[in-house]
Ligand binder design. Sequence first.
Ligand code: ATP
Length: 767
Amino acid sequence: MDDEQKQEQARVDSVINKISDRIETTTDEYEKAHAEKRDVQKNYRNNTSVNWFEIDDRIDTSAELQQQRALESRLNENESIIKNQLERYQILEKSPYFGRIDIQDPDESQPERLYIGTSSFVDDDQNFLIYDWRAPVSSIYYNGVLGQVAYETPAGSQTTDLQKKRQYLIQNGHIENMFDTNETVGDEMLQHVLGEQNDDTMQNIVATIQREQNDIIRDTRSDLLVVQGAAGSGKTSAILQRIAFLLYHSRRELEADQIVLFSPNKLFSHYISDVLPSLGERNMAQVTLAEFFNERFEGLHVQSLFDRYEADQTHPGDAHLRDYKEGAEFMATIRDYCRNLKTPEMAFTDILFDGRIFFSHGEIKALYETLPNVLPVDRFLQLKNALIKQLKARIDVEAKKDWVQDAIDNLSTEEYHTLLGSKRRHQFQQLDDEVAYIAHKLVKDRLRSVYDAIYNGYFLDTYQQYNAFLNQCSLPENVSQSSWQQSISDYHDQIEYHRLNLIDAAPLLYLRDQLLGGGTNSAIQFLFIDEMQDYSLAQLLYLHHAFPRAKLTFLGDSEQALFKDVEEPEAVLRQLNEAFHVKKSRLITLNRSYRSTYPITTFAKSLLPDGDRIEAFNRPGDLPKLIIRYDHAGATRALIREVQTELAESSVCAILTKNLTEARQVYQEIHGELDQVTLLTDMDRSLPKGAVVLPIYLAKGLEFDSVIAYDVSAQNYPDASLTGTLYTIATRAMHHLTLLSIGPVSPLIATPRIPAGQLQIEHELNN
Ligand SMILES: Nc1ncnc2c1ncn2[C@@H]1O[C@H](COP(=O)(O)OP(=O)(O)OP(=O)(O)O)[C@@H](O)[C@H]1O
């Protein structure tokens, strides 16, 4: 250790001491806050156990309880603020900072040294010992090269002279490594971090954020930010850091649950779940598209993207028809259709109660006719109000009937009191009033389902309405009437079985919202969509409609699209701009790929016709291995041997297949021969150790130490339509990639673009 490093270590020690002291005092504070909250809660519980019916005169209790509830919520908040601070200090205690910048401001006589870490730390004399990485001045660390640099502050742009930039790797209080660099963030540090990574969960990249990634993270202006980047270029990492940045930037106005991330699968949700907590922030809400749709279509099973991948492989369907139904124009057609819909064309339906008609569709239609001719969404709101008014009138009439009196007589004391609810006996002038109240309440409760049906708009059969819409569409030239009619009849059959094809989900929801209103959540301020290439424009438009106030960040890589054509990043942005009409949009492309070793990225990019623009990060490693076998038994033996070799070094080895059928078959073949092997499905939420077998679409967004691509033969990957699939598989590997071919190798690999020297080839003879 040279003198310089000794001095730096001494500073680290002294800062850690101060952090440890602070942890001690904060722990005391936390315990106090916790005890205070517990006392109040105990008190609150004792009070709420008051029996309302026996102690009629304790009217004050309610006000007291309200006060206590407010107090409890204040104490809760206080406790969680202290807890959060404590967690941040605990993170800092292990590794207080990762960067230092020495800057000389024009109006200062001395240069200043600033140390940068995951959050700021101020000593008792108000000296900033650590700056938060998200502070305006910290951007110099990520963006600046030595010399004059500018950075944005709330007060405008500032310039300063950057004299030194130093990076540290501090683990458990020790400086493991430190480098001075003139680059944005030096490659040495990246080498170190990337070489060390393992599969468990994603790590934050705060110490080594690259310049273009920093642009993504710190963008606060764009309404629509589109990130297109090669596999492993850090798109997901960057947006998680962006979320942490936004939470810091708008601490007062933004909560983590006002941010939604659409993630590609459940495994991915788990995989990224540690990143924000490791930065001292709460996780945002996460949902998959399938979860979102299934929640919106209660009682209907919506086809998932995975079901569709599987179906596509046997019945690819009409591509033109799909393009039409998944496009922006189709959604616009729905909006126009809804706006111009005439009463006779509306699919009104009866509201039933106990199997009998309560409001007939004719009655409802007639009522609708009497309402002012405004947009359907407003007119339906009026219709709901009018129907609820009628329902109330019918409740009044019904409450006076004999059956109700009989029902009251048969109520147990407990049921009676439940109906009485918070009302107290002395609030009624006479017993009759009380009975009338109970009768009314009883009928209202019984008719609750009618009320819900009105409230939810069940008087309009939206499935039937969508069917009617489909039947009147003017088709584009490349879509034939027969294939359109077939798709309508498929839709019809699916609905009969309470199922819905993915292609119809967004349009149908849009139609429903256009007519009946609702479906929107204005509380969400930021919407993130990862793997955007797997979403149709119609789906993206629907999500924009569903979260109308949210700023949008979409990220993806069209090269990784399974069964879809590659699109240029600029074309993606153009399409979105035309469809979304946002004020400020921005495209950021990331071409440098960090995940895999140099030989793996070099191989993977060669699979793509235009892979040259991808830059492989220079991390050394073994060449990808291509194993060729000419029969199934030989292939299985080779597979088992490879898995064993890989598991001797790594804790997880992923065998990636084209689809679920293939994954099941591989699992059957090997699970008797290996100790730890798991077949993963779309229900799995976490990754077990050992060998895992899964179809590629479930591995989207994930990475593994070691990947075996199963059966890359010419028979299994015959043509360019599977380039995206193969590329996605190859780019999941961080350190080792093995390709197993049963029979002659796919022309996607046996191509002049991939010289033999890029691979280690093992033929059957070597078995
Ligand atoms: N600046 C960085 N510093 C350190 N590691 C990084 C950096 N950028 C990316 N990585 C690492 O590279 C790997 C790939 O990153 P990430 O998963 O974010 O890429 P991606 O573009 O979303 O990939 P894909 O599209 O293939 O899912 C991760 O292990 C991530 O930690």
